[in-house]
Design a protein around this ligand. Structure first.
Ligand code: FES
Ligand code: FES
Length: 512
């Protein structure tokens, strides 16, 4: 594994005790323990989701107590006992029972939170062999899970606690052939998730890989010009190249639904949303780590922005994309039944307008990966939910045949649709031509996930009373990668309408 520890702080020789092994590392004392564990010691079972003490994915034991390794400076833990998930296997039978219970109850789904959960549960059960449910909830409260809804995890820990007082562990098992329908299955990929050996996008950095930092627009909308990029490269030893839209050899447009695609890798002269990539800086990992992008030679002219759907749809509104008249991406109509008749015959009609808040998928795993040339192919290893769609988009962006692209998907630490889209992939493959074909590694700095434009659907509807609710619905949504409008049309909308009905009607309505 490559180390990308910053050199700007003074490095020291530090003595650590990790998983019962005494060892030394050279690192700045202020370096996060999580980085030392992952990048210097290769203990990637300790995950990093937020790097800010919020998600708990990085939980390790420090002298038997659960702590967030991203909040602990490595200089503070010299000669203290640090235990990661890799070290828990030396604590049977408790850890075996926890692992088995997680597998039996389906408590490890994407698995990104699982090491943090197992470490926290171990800390609890080593102090309290028979905790109540609320004690389990408290002990796990610092670790976020986006997949399970927590019930399966809490049940698994309680189950492991019960077994912990008995002599035997209940081994997870699969139903026998012929008796499988309706039976619980143990996930095929469950074992590496409960062992902390699963490989996610950020868990492999090939030795010697170059790193990449994206320069993003700080405004919601702005024109921009670059200054002397060559001088910037020359002034920063270790920086190899700067990439812009001019370096995209193929059709610079991608998106999860081909006919709606409108995202370039880099904005060209005008950025249309805050955070849109305008350039990428590629270089040696340490140089990229230490770079101050505030000195990047770009000047910005902030433009009036469109903040609401109404502003974007107003006559004469500035176009977000020149090829999308009226700022409308697509129109569609779904008709079923006779809505007018249903409304006319209804006992009550309710109308309302609703807006959802901004949505962030909040995957625990950051988007990360690397690209390299292998033979005649470009090989991209990254977290993705859709390797074949990635392959087609990358081939289009590069202007090469799909057969020349190979996508190696890692485990996905929470996707929820957001990892259907390309994220790190377009950036990491581009520098090949300008960096002597060296492997390039990239992780989105804004972990856990690059925020997407989120849904602000607007609905107008009417709902009559019994026997069935009829909905006449108009939904308007920004172009997004989430099917939020579809979700809004379901349960949430029916609930909203029910709240607006007169009391006498509420028990008589059903949603359809
Ligand atoms: S709490 Fe440490 S990575 Fe989130
Ligand atoms: S299983 Fe917990 S975040 Fe996915």
């Amino acid at each position: 594994m490559a180390s990308i520890a910053p050199a700007s702080e003074t490095k020291c020789l530090l003595k650590l005790v990790v998983n019962d092994r005494k060892l030394s590392v050279v690192a700045p004392p202020v370096q996060r323990l999580s980085r030392v564990l992952r990048e210097q010691l290769g203990l990637t079972g300790t995950k990093v989701g937020c790097d800010a003490g919020d998600c708990g994915a990085c939980t390790v034991l420090l002298d038997g107590e659960a702590v967030c390794a991203c909040l602990v400076a490595v200089g503070q833990v010299e000669n203290h006992a640090i235990t990661t998930i890799e070290g828990l296997k030396s604590r049977p039978p408790l850890f075996d029972r926890l692992q088995d219970a997680f597998l039996r109850h389906g408590a490890a789904q994407c698995g990104a939170c699982t090491p943090g959960m197992l470490v926290s549960a171990t800390a609890l059960l080593e102090h309290n062999s028979s905790p109540s449910e609320s004690e389990v909830t408290d002990a796990l409260g610092g670790v976020l899970c986006r997949c399970t809804g927590y019930r399966k995890i809490i049940t698994a820990v309680l189950d492991a606690a019960v077994l912990n007082t008995g002599p035997e562990s209940a081994e997870p098992s699969c139903p026998t052939a012929g008796a499988s329908v309706g039976q619980r299955l143990v996930r095929l990929d469950g074992k590496p998730k409960v062992e902390g050996t699963e490989i996610y996008g950020a868990d492999e950095i090939p030795a010697g890989a170059l790193a990449l930092r994206v320069v993003r627009c700080p405004y919601h909308r702005a024109k921009f010009r670059f200054g002397d990029l060559e001088a910037f490269v020359a002034a920063h030893p270790g920086v190899e190249a700067i990439l812009t839209s001019k370096d995209v050899p193929g059709e610079d447009c991608y998106g999860v639904i081909a006919s709606f695609a409108d995202q370039p890798i880099f904005a060209h002269e005008e950025a249309r949303h805050r955070g849109e990539a305008v350039a990428a800086i590629v270089g040696e990992a340490q140089a990229i780590e230490e770079l101050d992008t505030a000195t990047f030679p770009a000047s910005w002219e902030e433009l009036p922005l469109l903040r609401t759907i109404d502003e974007a749809l107003a006559p004469g509104a500035r176009l977000i994309h020149a090829h999308r008249p009226e700022n409308v991406l697509t129109r569609g109509r779904v008709a079923r039944g006779n809505v007018e008749q249903a409304l006319a015959e209804a006992d009550a009609v309710v109308e309302g307008e609703f807006e959802t808040g901004f949505v962030e998928h909040a995957c625990i795993e950051p988007e990360a990966g690397f690209a390299r040339r292998v033979g005649d192919q470009i090989e991209i290893q990254a977290c993705t939910q859709s390797p074949y769609m990635d392959r087609a988009d990358i081939a289009k962006l590069l202007g090469i045949a799909v057969e020349a692209v190979r996508i190696i998907p890692t485990a996905v630490g929470g996707g929820f649709g957001t990892k259907l889209d390309l994220s790190v992939q377009p950036f990491s493959h581009l520098p090949r031509g300008v960096c002597g074909g060296r492997c390039v590694w990239f992780i989105h700095a804004s972990s856990p996930s690059w925020p997407r434009p989120s849904a602000i659907p607007h609905a107008c509807a009417a709902a009559p009373g019994q026997p069935r609710t009829a909905n006449c619905l108009r939904l308007i949504s920004p172009p997004i990668s989430t099917p939020a409008p579809i979700r809004l049309g379901g349960l949430r909308l029916r609930r909203a309408f029910r709240c607006m009905l007169p009391d006498r009607m509420r028990s008589r309505t059903t949603g359809h």
